[in-house]
Write a protein that binds this ligand. Sequence first.
Ligand SMILES: [Zn+2]
Ligand SMILES: [Zn+2]
Length: 340
Amino acid sequence: MKAMMLEKIADVSKEEPLKQLDISIPEPSYGQILLHISACGVCRTDLDEIEGRTPPKFPVILGHQVIGTIVRANNVKNFKEGDRVGVGWIFHSCGECSYCLKGEENLCDFFQATGRDVNGGYAEYMVAYSDFVYKIPDNFPDIEAAPLLCAGAIGWRSLRLTGIKNSYNVGLYGFGASGHIVIQIIKYLYPESSVFVFTRSKDEQSLAHKLGAKWAGNITDEPPELMDVSIDTTPAYLPVIQALKNLKKGGKLVINAIRKEPYDKDVLKNIEYEKHLWMEKEIKSVANVTRRDIAEFLQIAKKIQIKPQVHTYPLQKANQALKDLKNGNIPGAKVLINNE
Ligand SMILES: [Zn+2]
Ligand SMILES: [Zn+2]
């Protein structure tokens, strides 16, 4: 099968990190399925892996927003051959530790990430545990379903962790794959809330207006109102400082980023306790995702009929998709498609 393989840490802006290889199709072990992949989303976390901020086990096939059809099942009860399913970031967890037992499997010490700790979806086939895959609602074509699995599911987890209530002012810092789905959830589930979008990209600002944002501006622009809660999905530190400053008293900032890039870390020296933290402001990070987040989100997406904006690339053009994601000049979610 064709696979886009990552063999070592690389700089996406200077080189093509993935090599196209022909390797053998993997064998599903007990409780696993073999998927013929039709679409796989490209995520900012893939850049974090390639650039070494969350290093994978090399060599690895990236990709954790996978849609495919089951072609073989090894001792599996909940799915059968021919079913269309999705695989997200959570590939497996131990199922026995205190975190797993209370549904916080995202915090499990043995958490395995798809496309980092095991091979993922930048290929024609992959294996997955049948207990860790999801039926995809029929109303979503493959390419629109792929970004729901990470950007959407983790966006939903981030939104849950903010403790949002109807009528809240919500700030979104960064407006990529996750943000443009989160705004649609807010508009549907919390219709009296107002959304304020902070992004340097003019295209993303106009997409924000189109999706119902009350205000959209640059990261450093002064918003017309303060926020009850905010979500930061950017790779930088400046938005963290800005988001804290723009919170109301008792407000909460949720950071949905697996790693921050180091280039503007110095701005943290400007943090002032009175301005950014005093009056019970809170910060919380989002780690991984649980099966519940993914399953719940797929149902919400179906109800709302979320329309992810996607830009597709053939599998062999994965390097280009990564470069476009890094440069941030094409709005919406990037999805690799298998044309065979
Ligand atoms: Zn992701
Ligand atoms: Zn566990």
